[in-house]
Design a protein around this ligand. Structure first.
Ligand SMILES: *Cc1c(COP(=O)(O)O)cnc(C)c1O
Length: 458
């Protein structure tokens, strides 16, 4: 009999979590204005709000923490991180930042001006925020297939090359760079193929435009290339990573994802001018060039984490756990963005809460139901997250409306996944009785989902 896969690690330290009663959860959620970000973490049983910064570090990473060099300038920890980033990505210039959005802030401060257009596959919310706050446009050129949650194709995060070419020929001088997000978080943690990266590069070259990779989950993307794309099954993850980055001029990185640290990020590039400009902004916003908002110990952990998480076994156990949850939902007939993503399952709320009108935010309603049902905290990736159109100020109802269950790396067991699936099944079974959604009471102009205040519709 073929042996099943198992995690390539065992557990050395545990952290207690606590379940709660329905009455407790209702009281807490009302106090939090039905916003998951406003709950206290100890009011949550299984926390799937994000996989960002919530992973479990290895014993080697913790050992690295003890060896952190906290020197203000020239810390050995910086050089250790720089060496790992150079070796794994092939980029020459490395600038630490305290997290991914800080990398965006620093780099975009140098590159984006009012009226610019930044085409690519779906932009992540902070990326979109940093583009739109500079009065520029984040132009989504993702393939149309990504919008059909039930369609199963291997690289659903791809850039639509035709749309990209059109955007480049239309906006020409207004385009500072093409930005591709790997994996495509917003489209459901869906990967981008090597072929697509290669072809997007060719199109960018035709118009003499640089390519930037938003790389938070680049190692998971490499796993999908290895396991799904012809010609890559015999290549190592690290070889695949080098090829992916060879089609880009720069990357921004949230190390809280695929480097499995609790805080950290960086910019890496081969363009000296970008590096020189980013250095100046980085010093002003983040800190000196050899720490950029990070502790020395955290740079050590980042370097070790990058190395560990660009190994096949580590990625396989992580992604198979996400697929395990997906398979459970299949058993119960619960629709989600197919196939299962690299870091999360995106439940298709619009196909479940069909009696809740879109103006009442079905995905947020489902998120609320899941918390009340079992103390499980997911995250709305839907109409609230989409913010209002910066010009018309209308709600944007044209995208997908999903409940994201993001799985932290090396944190929960498949038993936890069973609880999540069962809780969703209970809601699914009574879905026709859920007819009232949520309404917004108070919201911020940008990135409103973090602070929005909601009420149940009467
Ligand atoms: C998380 C993320 C970011 C932002 O990174 P932070 O570390 O949260 O600031 C940017 N892009 C993508 C694709 C992400 O997933």
């Amino acid at each position: 009999m073929k042996l099943p896969y198992a995690e390539p690690w065992k557990i050395k330290m545990v952290e207690p979590i606590r379940s709660s009663t329905y009455e407790e959860r209702l009281k807490w959620l009302e106090a939090a204005k039905y916003n998951m970000f406003q709950l206290r973490a100890d009011q949550v049983y299984i926390d799937l709000i994000t996989d960002s910064g919530t992973g479990a570090m290895s014993d080697r990473q913790w050992a690295g923490m003890m060896l952190g060099d906290e020197s203000y300038a020239g810390a050995s920890s910086f050089y250790m991180m720089e060496e790992a980033v150079r070796r794994i990505t092939g980029f020459k210039y490395v600038l630490p930042t305290h997290q991914g959005r800080a990398a965006e802030n620093v780099l975009f401060s140098c590159l984006i001006k009012e009226g610019d257009v930044c085409p690519g596959n779906s932009h992540f919310d902070t990326t979109k925020g940093h583009i739109e706050s500079r009065k520029a446009i984040a132009l989504d050129c993702t393939i149309d297939e990504a919008r059909d949650t039930q369609l199963e194709i291997p690289f659903k995060g791809n850039v639509d090359l035709h749309k990209l070419d059109e955007a480049l020929s239309l906006y020409k001088d207004r385009i500072p760079f093409v930005i591709i997000t790997i994996t495509n978080n917003t489209a459901g943690g869906q990967p981008v193929s090597m072929e697509n990266l290669r072809e997007a590069r060719k199109i960018a070259n035709k118009y003499n435009k640089p390519v930037l990779l938003d790389s938070a989950r680049f190692a998971e993307n490499a796993y999908f290339i290895k396991t799904r794309e012809k010609g890559y099954s015999d290549k190592s993850i690290k070889e695949i990573c080098l090829e992916m980055f060879s089609y880009a001029d720069a990357m921004t990185m949230s190390a809280k994802k695929d480097a499995i640290v609790n805080m950290g990020g960086f910019i890496a590039t081969n363009i000296k001018d970008w590096y020189e400009a980013a250095k100046v902004k980085g010093i002003a916003f983040e800190g000196f060039t050899t720490y950029g908002g990070m502790n020395g110990r955290d740079m050590n952990a980042l370097a070790i984490g990058l190395d560990e998480n660009t190994e096949f076994e580590n990625l396989e156990s992580r992604i198979k756990q996400v697929q395990y949850l997906g398979n459970k939902l299949d058993e119960y007939g619960i629709p989600y963005q197919r196939p299962a993503g690299g870091h999360a399952i995106f439940v298709d709320a619009s196909k479940i809460l069909t009696h809740v009108p879109k103006e009442q935010f079905p995905a947020q309603t489902l998120t609320v139901e899941l918390y009340l049902e079992a103390g499980i905290r997911g995250c709305e990736i839907g109409y609230i997250l989409a913010d209002r159109d910066p010009i018309t100020r209308e709600n944007r109802f044209d995208g997908l409306d999903l409940l994201r269950l993001a799985i932290p790396r090396r944190v929960y067991t498949n038993n936890h996944m069973d609880v999540v699936a069962a809780a969703l099944k209970n809601i699914f079974d009574r879905r026709s009785s859920i007819t009232r959604g949520m309404k917004i009471v108070k919201e911020a102009e940008l990135l409103r989902h973090f602070t929005v205040e909601l009420e149940r519709v009467e």
